[in-house]
Design a protein. Structure first.
Lengths: 225, 246, 259
């Protein structure tokens, strides 16, 4: 069963194992977030809510919010916006792209898949494009709180594998809570519902089994029709 | 307007007009996550007070020059709805609400770990929907729960209540009738785990000994309120599994 | 920006000194800076006082005008307290509508006078429900070197004592002097690293996480209190400030109000 804690709750005296979502005071470990305690290995409090703050190496889905030469300013569902430098592209002759033509490569509202290359102390965030970065067509974007991402992936990828198999979709889950789903219309609908269900019930146990039941019963109904 | 002493009898046969004992709180009701768009929210009822708190953020702060490069800036807006009091309140901030917003923000500052979100703002909006004395304390209780609900890193929750003096007696949690006709009113906020006082105001007239007794009374009531705040947060995620399916 | 850096440096300095039991200006923890109160400095005001506490310099003026009473107190005079932190007093002050600090300052001073019932408002009724005396207390900060509250509160009560009501100007008869019943005095202290320091100067205010003002009356009762700042206080610390507040208020009252 999951143990829910609120900020200030005493968790343990094992100060050396204090991890994410906790703080130490007078030789004791306390919760600093409203969340669920995970004491396997480090003592962590997995937040139930909160904003995404990028760290280097994260793969995120961003949306171009502004073009400000020589950068694209990218919204990454965080209090901090990220920047993508124009040198990520070259023109047909392999030369630098020109001032004023940036929007031909990436325009406002375009969705991209990118990797967080650097986060400095002033919280300036540099991105680099992933291969197949452009999420322009044929798919659907789902946004869930980033705190629920681990549940959608599941222990060693079990949940996501099941979703992909049973829904027949390409599914990419980014660290910032944005999920890209591509497939046939009704398959995408099913995947969307399943993902939202996971996000809603992320704090409960036995979730994988229930999601499996949900997907199976849906398919049986469809078979009957 | 604390000059009504003696005009209205506030204590009869050792009980207050609403039947409470001197050290008794009004009924409290707390609901977490009541607003969909806010990052965190809480509805808090204390007797006839109905307040709702919403937290937005951490989010990009505007205006930019108000940003703090080292930590998040907490902004707190206490606002009374025009219909929340007998005589309609003119909408918008007045001097009272400006002061209450300031001291309420300062009551929460010691627990919010602002260093985790430099350059952002954490905006706390408290709306008083119905007022029956003690709105600022109800607002702080709601705001503290809403901050936790928003996933803001915090060292503790903050709990708040007022004490006062009516008909010469030190009593807990004045209602509007008592506040308007009483001799003193003292709102207090506290971190229950460490017994640290984060808000203290006093209005009216207290003997030193009465003040000391009042403070102790408020502190012990804050412990009770803290337990209710904590329970409201815990219960939200303790519903049995499966029923929630739509 | 430059100013902030200087403040950061001084903050450390304040903390370091206090660690060895000293204050930046060499005072004891329970010692006020030098206080001066000069009364009736403004001819056009019915009452006025200029109060200096160290370098902090505050001018308070009181004006009386006939006006309408509040509907819930038709037979009582009205007190309106206002504070202006004018830009001349400090690089931190900006022009524009009153910010939260000036609002708080005015309200705390007001609370002390109201809570103590220092002014007998019932004697300020001219015609019930129609006309009463309105007492305007205006606080003007001239130089901010910390502890504005104590200076402003002292200026306010010093101005209020010995006010002649301007009956002639309005063709009225009645009470000739402002009826005063008490003398509330504010005493403010800050907490820095577990130490309580009375009468903080500007640098000490900046270094402190919390500040507590205690307003007390001639008979030792309390008539107002306000904690401000982003820190917390322990019950013992509050008790110490209350204790000291009553004692210091007695000394200040004796020396500057009844001399």
């Amino acid at each position: 069963m999951y143990k829910v804690v609120v900020p200030g709750d005493f968790i343990s005296e094992a100060v050396s194992r204090a991890g994410e979502g906790t703080y130490v005071e007078d030789g004791k470990v306390y919760a600093m977030r409203y969340g669920i305690v995970d004491e396997r290995g480090e003592i962590k409090v997995i937040a139930l809510s909160g904003k995404y703050v990028p760290t280097e190496g994260d793969v995120v889905i961003g949306r171009v919010a502004e073009i400000s030469f020589p950068f694209w300013i990218v919204d990454i569902a965080s209090p901090y916006e990220a920047r993508l430098h124009m040198s990520e592209f070259t023109d047909a002759r392999g030369e630098k792209i020109e001032f004023g033509s940036m929007n031909r490569y990436l325009d406002l509202d375009d969705l991209i898949m990118a990797k967080v290359m650097n986060v400095d102390v002033m919280m300036r965030i540099e991105l680099a494009l992933k291969e197949d970065f452009n999420l322009r067509s044929g798919g659907r974007l789902i946004e869930i709180p980033h705190t629920k991402v681990p549940r959608v992936i599941g222990r060693s990828g079990s949940m996501i594998k099941m979703l992909k198999d049973k829904c027949n979709c390409f599914i990419f889950i980014a660290k910032n809570g944005r999920i890209w789903v591509r497939g046939r219309e009704d398959d995408m609908n099913l995947a969307t519902e399943a993902i939202l269900k996971i996000a809603r019930e992320s704090h409960t146990s036995g979730l994988t089994d229930r999601v499996a039941d949900f997907l199976d019963s849906f398919k049986r109904e469809k078979g009957r029709r | 307007m604390k000059e009504g002493k003696g005009e209205i009898e506030l204590i009869k046969e050792g009980k207050r007009l609403d039947g409470r004992g001197f050290e008794e709180l009004r009924p409290i009701k707390i609901e977490v996550g009541v607003l969909k768009r806010a990052d965190g929210s809480c509805y808090f009822e204390l007797g006839g007070n109905k307040v709702i708190a919403a937290v937005y953020g951490p989010r990009e702060m505007h205006p930019r020059h108000a940003q703090d490069a080292k930590m998040a800036v907490v902004r707190y807006r206490y606002n009374m709805a025009p219909f929340s009091v007998d005589d309609r309140k003119r909408p918008g901030p007045d001097r009272r609400s400006v002061e209450i917003s300031k001291v309420s923000r300062e009551a929460l500052d010691p627990v919010v770990m602002r260093e985790y979100y430099p350059k952002t703002s954490i905006d706390v909006y408290v709306e008083v929907l119905q007022s029956d004395a003690g709105t600022r304390t109800a607002g702080i209780n709601a705001a503290s729960v809403a901050l936790a609900d928003a996933g803001i890193p915090m060292k503790d929750l903050v709990s708040s209540v007022a004490v006062g003096k009516i008909d010469g007696e030190v009593v807990l949690d004045l209602d509007a009738m008592e506040d308007n006709n009483g001799e003193a009113d003292m709102p207090v906020a506290m971190v229950a785990r460490t017994n640290t006082i984060t808000l203290l105001q006093m209005d009216g007239r207290f003997e030193k000994e009465e003040f000391e007794r009042g403070l102790k009374l408020a502190m012990s009531a804050c412990h009770k309120i803290y337990e209710l705040q904590r329970a409201a947060l815990i219960d939200r995620y303790s519903e049995s599994v499966g029923e929630g399916e739509e | 920006m430059g100013l902030e850096i200087v403040n950061e440096v001084r903050k450390d300095y304040v903390h370091d000194l206090i660690g060895s039991g000293k204050r930046v200006d060499g005072r004891g923890f329970r010692e006020y800076r030098e206080i001066s109160v000069e009364r009736d400095v403004i001819k056009r005001a019915e009452g006025s006082a200029r109060v200096k506490i160290g370098n902090t310099d505050v001018l308070v003026g009181v004006k009386l005008d006939p006006g309408a009473p509040f509907s819930d107190a038709p037979d009582k005079g009205v007190i309106i307290t206002n504070a202006e932190l004018v830009p001349l007093a400090s690089p931190e002050f900006e022009s524009g509508p009153p910010g939260e600090n000036s609002v708080q300052l005015a309200r705390v001073v007001d609370r002390g006078i109201r809570g103590s019932e220092a002014i007998d408002l019932e004697k300020l009724c001219i015609e019930e429900g129609e006309k009463v005396w309105i007492v305007f207390i205006d606080i003007h900060i001239l130089d901010n070197d910390g502890n504005l509250v104590d200076a402003a509160a002292l200026g306010a009560i010093a101005s209020l004592l010995n006010i002649r009501i301007p009956n002639e100007r309005y063709g009225l008869t009645g009470e000739s002097t402002l009826p005063m019943r008490d003398t509330p005095v504010a005493v403010t202290a800050v907490e820095i690293d577990g130490n309580i320091l009375v009468d903080p100067n500007f640098n000490e205010e900046n270094a402190a996480a919390s500040r507590l003002t205690v307003i007390s009356n001639a008979d030792g009762t309390l008539s107002g209190m306000q904690k401000s700042g982003s820190g917390g206080l322990k019950e013992e610390e509050i008790a110490e400030v209350v204790e000291m507040g009553i004692e210091k208020a007695g000394e200040i009252r004796e020396k500057y109000l009844f001399s």
